[in-house]
Design a protein around this ligand. Structure first.
Ligand code: SAM
Length: 248
């Protein structure tokens, strides 16, 4: 999926910064190691490392990994680096390391289908230090469920700002609400070429996420509805779930 998207990922998400403040704040309050599962372009890893915290990012997309590697090399040139990147699938990664804070950041959980999501939660639980926390951040499922298929087409969005160069952008989606899936699509005019890519997201309600937790030996600690840490309800913008181990 990220073969084409990796180049535009940071541009598309440049206005999405509230999570960075929240995750840096949570990282600051953490004494031990931090893991960012599905670290993508390093959007979260870099500010956390810049705040002086030891953070490991893992991602299985070679294209996203290359973006993160380049950004980290540039940002930390000549400076002590506390970020480590691992190009691996979280479902098969083996390590003896344990983490105090594990982030499954912006919508990453939604990339896992119903066959793999429990594997993700079990992998995160296995990597969690006693008394550590896992934080999952996804789009409010009720927002996802409200997306109606128009004509399957694209609507014009705000142009992307690539260092002063404006790239016209369109986006759209096709939803299959019976399967709780939404395919989000982007089209970008980059100079003389028009590029298109899409991503399939699986949305889940809070009680559906809770159903997976006992098998992963996890429990809900708290649920926020936005990056200001206000309580979650059906009107919230985001669903941010904090989990702890049941057996800690
Ligand atoms: C929506 S992006 C989020 C990226 C980043 N966390 C952020 O906040 O910008 C999801 C990322 O998860 C990665 N990913 C998906 N499945 C994975 C897996 N099984 N193992 C490791 N990374 C995975 C994708 O390659 C992608 O970079």
């Amino acid at each position: 999926m990220y073969k084409i998207a990796a180049k535009y990922y940071d541009l598309i998400h440049q206005a999405h910064t509230g999570d960075i403040d929240l995750f840096c704040q949570l990282a600051q309050a953490t004494d031990g190691a931090i893991l960012d599962i599905g670290c993508g372009s390093g959007r979260l890893v870099i500010p956390i490392a810049e705040a002086g915290k030891a953070v490991t990012g893992i991602d299985n997309s070679a294209d996203m990994f290359a973006v993160a590697q380049k950004r980290i090399a540039e940002e930390f040139e000549g400076k002590a680096k506390t970020a480590e990147l691992i190009e691996q699938d979280i479902l098969t990664w083996e390590t003896d390391q344990r983490f105090e804070l594990i982030l499954i950041g912006m919508n990453t959980l939604m990339e896992f289908d119903n066959q793999t999501v429990l594997g993700l939660l079990k992998a995160a639980a296995h990597l969690l230090a006693p008394n550590g926390k896992i934080i999952i951040d996804v789009i409010q499922p009720f927002i996802m469920a409200s997306l109606e298929n128009e004509d399957g087409g694209f609507a014009e969005d705000e142009a992307l700002d690539d260092g002063g160069r404006k790239l016209p952008m369109w986006s759209g989606w096709s939803a299959d609400h019976e399967k709780q899936q939404v395919q989000i699509k982007w089209r970008i005019q980059d100079g003389g070429k028009k590029v298109e890519f899409s991503n399939l997201f699986h949305y889940r309600y809070l009680d559906q996420i809770m159903d997976y937790l006992p098998a992963a030996d996890l429990q809900i600690d708290t649920v926020w509805g936005n990056y200001q840490q206000e309580a979650y309800d059906e009107e919230s913008e985001r669903m941010i779930v904090s989990l702890t181990s049941r057996s800690a």
